[in-house]
Design a protein around this ligand. Sequence first.
Ligand SMILES: [Zn+2]
Length: 57
Amino acid sequence: MATRKKTKPKPACCPDCKGSGEVPTTVLVGRKRRAVGKQSGFCLTCLGTGEAPGDGE
Ligand SMILES: [Zn+2]
């Protein structure tokens, strides 16, 4: 069984925004939440840094 070690050789890219710091956010309107388009949104996972959230070394 392979054990997954927690190593940190380098800052990993944010899995959500792929390191861009922005994520496409779907704009929903109406009661049925119909998607009318997408806009660039602030990535809340990395807070716009583009790096995966870690221990904050
Ligand atoms: Zn991100």
